[in-house]
Design a protein around this ligand. Structure first.
Ligand code: PLP
Length: 439
């Protein structure tokens, strides 16, 4: 960011701090008094800040943008919907089934679905449905995963403050204050790709496990990925104990492949959550899967309750219909993956030029970068990478007009609009940013 930028953004932040805690609407947007970003507009794969500085954006609002910001095809459909049909009615519309049919055509393991407005809500719905169906309580989650800001899912392994030399597991802590101790009771946390840990949990409390909730490609931990064998192990252990496998595809769905992670791995979940790319930036989400499980949502004493005022609102569903139609009928995702592959190669050349050991994880549409000589297999391995070098490199990229999260746990997100970026420019900027990071 230019020096000129800083005072203006900092002024806006100060003003906002009169009205909001930290001066931001989502605490993760607070990057300090000097560097918190205020955005004026977005278009394609670019973002323009409050001072008119333009960035090529690989953060993409934490992943929803799969086509590009302000995609005309999606926006025109939404504008038409608002002006001709409305936004909500508190009743059903033909869009409900139309969007679900599209999802089913891309993700054949989805038999029935319900909508939500955010990834958090989709996870809440899926977990409640799993508990209702199984009559069990416990939920197994994975270290480094993220499933939204609701109490139960706001327990984590404190890998940040963990010593990799020790054999002991990291401490389990809440994200912060206000998370009741009682919400910890039914949560079990395991490291990714450890057969031993999953066996231990199921041996100990398997009879009361309602579900495993997992991001098979951890969009919140540098796209560190489960092995196919591990996913198969989870599938098998769930079947053996009558637990459900919930894939949280909030970041991967309609991004890593048309059918998401399920397609890449060839392993079906019982329930899946979707959000983000399903609506190319409009607030819409969903959860669904096996018909017998989803049919637990019904009106009787043993039924699961689900709904909400804005659920299946016309804006979100129109955006989803337009986005999914484009993803289904065009080669947008092939483009995303091709461009992602090119960017990855380019970055690899830059790191090699400086003799920096590096590994990538995850698919080209959302890849993680790890400075070290092994591909991390889980969050504990990530702790062994040189994440401090990444932070310096990322801050330099931002100064030079490339936006990303300065944290190697957040992957690089690619959208279709990245196909038009100047790769030579990007390589030069990456070289400069790394040179400054190591000197
Ligand atoms: N699940 C995953 C895997 C996510 O990455 C996120 C958000 O980043 C969520 C759930 C929560 O989604 P939202 O922020 O839309 O509530």
């Amino acid at each position: 960011m230019t020096d000129h930028h800083k005072p203006h953004g900092a002024e806006l932040l100060k003003e906002a701090q009169e009205h909001m805690p930290l001066g931001v609407a989502d605490s993760y947007r607070y990057w300090g008094q000097e560097d918190t970003v205020f955005v004026k507009s977005v278009k394609g794969c670019t973002l323009t800040d409050c001072d008119g500085q333009e960035f090529v954006d690989f953060r993409l609002a934490y992943g929803p943008i799969i086509l590009g910001y302000r995609d005309r095809r999606v926006d025109e459909a939404v504008i038409k919907c608002i002006t001709e049909s409305g936004t909500i009615s508190g009743f059903s519309s033909e869009l409900d089934a139309q969007v679900i049919s599209l999802v089913k055509s891309l993700c054949p393991h989805i038999e029935k679905m319900r909508f939500a407005n955010s990834g958090t809500e989709a996870v809440i719905g899926a977990v409640r449905t799993a508990r209702g169906f199984t009559g069990k309580n416990k939920v197994v989650i994975v270290e480094g995963g993220f499933h939204g800001l609701y109490d139960e899912m706001m327990w984590k392994s404190d890998v940040d403050n963990w010593n990799p030399q020790t054999q002991a597991a990291p401490e389990v802590i809440p994200f912060g204050a206000g998370i009741p101790e009682a919400s910890r009771e039914h949560i079990e946390i395991v490291p990714l790709n450890s057969f031993e840990a999953i066996d231990e949990v199921f041996e100990r409390v398997g009879d009361d496990i309602a579900a495993i909730v997992i991001e098979p490609i951890m969009g919140n931990c540098g796209s560190i990925s489960s092995t196919k064998e591990y996913m198969q192990k989870l599938r098998d252990v769930c079947d053996q104990f009558g637990a459900l496998l919930i894939m949280d595809e909030v970041k991967t769905g309609f991004r890593v492949a048309k059918g998401g992670v399920a397609e890449l791995y060839g392993i079906n979940s019982d329930l899946t959550t979707y959000a983000k790319a399903i609506g190319n930036g409009y607030p819409v989400a969903a959860f669904g899967g096996r018909a017998d499980v989803m049919n637990q949502i019904r009106f009787d004493k043993t039924g699961v309750t689900h709904g909400g005022t804005y659920t299946a609102n016309l804006i979100g569903l129109t955006a989803a219909k337009a986005t999914l139609t484009i993803l289904k009928e065009t080669d947008a995702l092939e483009t995303v993956n091709r461009v992602g592959g090119e960017i990855r190669e380019l970055l690899s050349r830059v790191f090699t030029k400086f003799g920096i050991e590096h590994r990538f994880s995850g698919p080209d549409a959302m890849f993680g970068i790890h400075f070290g000589n092994e591909v991390p297999q889980n969050y504990r391995d990530w702790k062994k990478t040189d994440s401090a070098l990444y932070v310096r490199f990322a801050h330099n990229l931002i100064k030079n007009g490339v936006m990303l999260e300065p944290d190697s746990r957040e992957p690089w997100f690619i959208c279709e609009a990245h196909k038009d970026i100047d790769l030579e420019w990007l390589e030069k900027v990456a070289v400069q940013s790394m040179e400054d990071a190591i000197n």
